[in-house]
Ligand binder design. Structure first.
Ligand SMILES: [Zn+2]
Length: 408
């Protein structure tokens, strides 16, 4: 009931004042309600994403993400130009490399030590899954009765390109209250996985409308895609509760969103008032496009774990250019997650092929054998006793790498 009332309250605010409202929490709630297995694994995955890992992982530092933009339009204005799409990609490439020109002026000096280069680059896909050439843009005219929020990924809209190889972005007619949403890595590989966004909140030119014509709605939402939460955690969570946590020590906990016009230092919603107050200019808060300008180091940790885990397939997508990697890089890229775990493990092997897994207990007895395809395959370990387990991975019976994990 509380969440429903909060939703209604925000709905009214969004309609009256045009304030930012992101649909990710709502869409993830629906996703978890429809996918009990994903819900059961939610906490293990969250623990994995927010833990700083020290073991060697993929050796690429700056990762290039292939993007496909699906434009679903009801009229000429919604059929946004290639230039508007390019303007959005340019914003992403500035914001995720800490190259945004407003960084110095918008981020207070006190917060600059926490700012991170997220080391992500976005490219329009040049190759489809079958290897044929593409501009990375596809367009479709839809009826005025078409419901973009419900059908963007259906055959009545435009179906996703392989979501383990591309970041799918659907642009269309997004009715109030949402500007857009993106699914968290829990939903990696699902048909709707990616970003859905209003044509008038996308890019910096053409149909983009003030105050959301800075391309920051997509920056914010793609932050979710890489595992970031809002600084207040889940919508409606009170200070001190488990849900009031984005897993980042360097984004001060707050009880509510900031909608813009805030002045540093702002302690209106901080759970623990401090000299610096809230980091309301973080990309994951709700201020307007000209008022947000940084990601933090702890947010980058989540991004890195996402790329080593649930979204590792993007690393070998090859949809923009062919990779050249040596065998050491291939083996280093193999990662087991989440660890520790209570429910399941997955193997991310973006640069090497793994199709068989053996799990041994601490006494060296084989306790499970499984065939896998990629990191979206989950190996159930719920009936394992607590303790340390050893995993051997194979490609066509040939040993590739061993790893260990802890079952809690
Ligand atoms: Zn959001």
């Amino acid at each position: 009931m509380k969440k429903y009332l909060l939703f209604l309250a925000v709905l009214l605010i969004a309609n009256v004042n045009g304030q930012r409202f992101c649909g990710t929490d709502q869409k993830m709630n629906e996703f978890f309600a429809n996918n009990p297995n994903a819900l059961a694994k939610k906490q293990d995955l969250r623990n994995y994403l927010t833990t700083k890992n020290t073991t060697a992982k993929n050796t690429q530092t700056v990762v290039t993400i292939p993007v496909v933009v699906h434009v679903l339009y009801k009229n000429a204005a919604q059929n946004i130009s290639d230039a508007q799409i390019a303007s959005q990609i340019a914003v992403l490439n500035a914001d995720f490399r800490k190259l945004n020109s407003d960084y110095s002026s918008v981020v207070p000096d006190a917060f600059k030590p926490f700012a991170a280069d997220m080391e992500l680059v976005f490219c329009m896909a040049t190759k489809k899954s079958d290897g044929s050439s593409t501009t990375g843009i596809e367009r479709k005219s839809v009826a005025t009765s078409f419901s973009f929020p419900n059908n963007y990924y259906q055959s009545s809209g435009l179906v996703a390109w392989d979501p383990t190889k591309y970041l799918n972005i659907w642009v269309g007619d997004m009715p109030n209250p949402y500007l857009g949403w993106a699914y968290l890595p829990d939903a990696a590989g699902y048909a709707f996985d990616g970003l859905a966004i209003g044509y008038n909140y996308f890019g910096t030119t053409g149909a983009a409308q003030y105050p959301y014509n800075g391309g920051r709605t997509a920056t914010h939402e793609i932050g979710h895609y890489f595992g970031l939460l809002h600084p207040w955690g889940e919508d409606g969570s009170a200070c001190g509760t488990a849900d009031n946590d984005d897993g980042c020590a360097d984004t001060p906990a707050i009880s509510d969103a900031h909608y813009g016009g805030n002045v540093f230092p702002d302690n209106a919603y901080t759970c623990v008032p401090s000299a610096n107050g809230a980091m309301f200019m973080n990309f994951m808060d709700y201020v307007t496009d000209t008022e947000m300008a940084l990601f933090t180091n702890d947010q980058k940790t989540i991004k890195t774990n996402t790329m080593n885990g649930p979204r590792a397939s993007l690393l070998n997508s090859n949809a923009c250019s062919f990779l050249s990697v040596n065998n050491i890089e291939k083996v280093n890229s193999i990662n087991l997650f989440p660890n520790p775990t209570t429910q399941y493990i997955s193997i991310a092997s973006p640069l090497a092929k793994i199709n068989e897994v053996e799990i041994f207990n601490a006494e060296g007895r084989l306790v499970k054998k499984a065939t896998i395809n990629n990191e979206t395959d989950k190996i159930d370990v719920r009936d394992f006793a607590t303790g340390v387990y050893y995993v051997r991975t194979y490609n066509n019976k040939e040993f590739v790498k061993s790893m260990k994990f802890i079952k809690k």
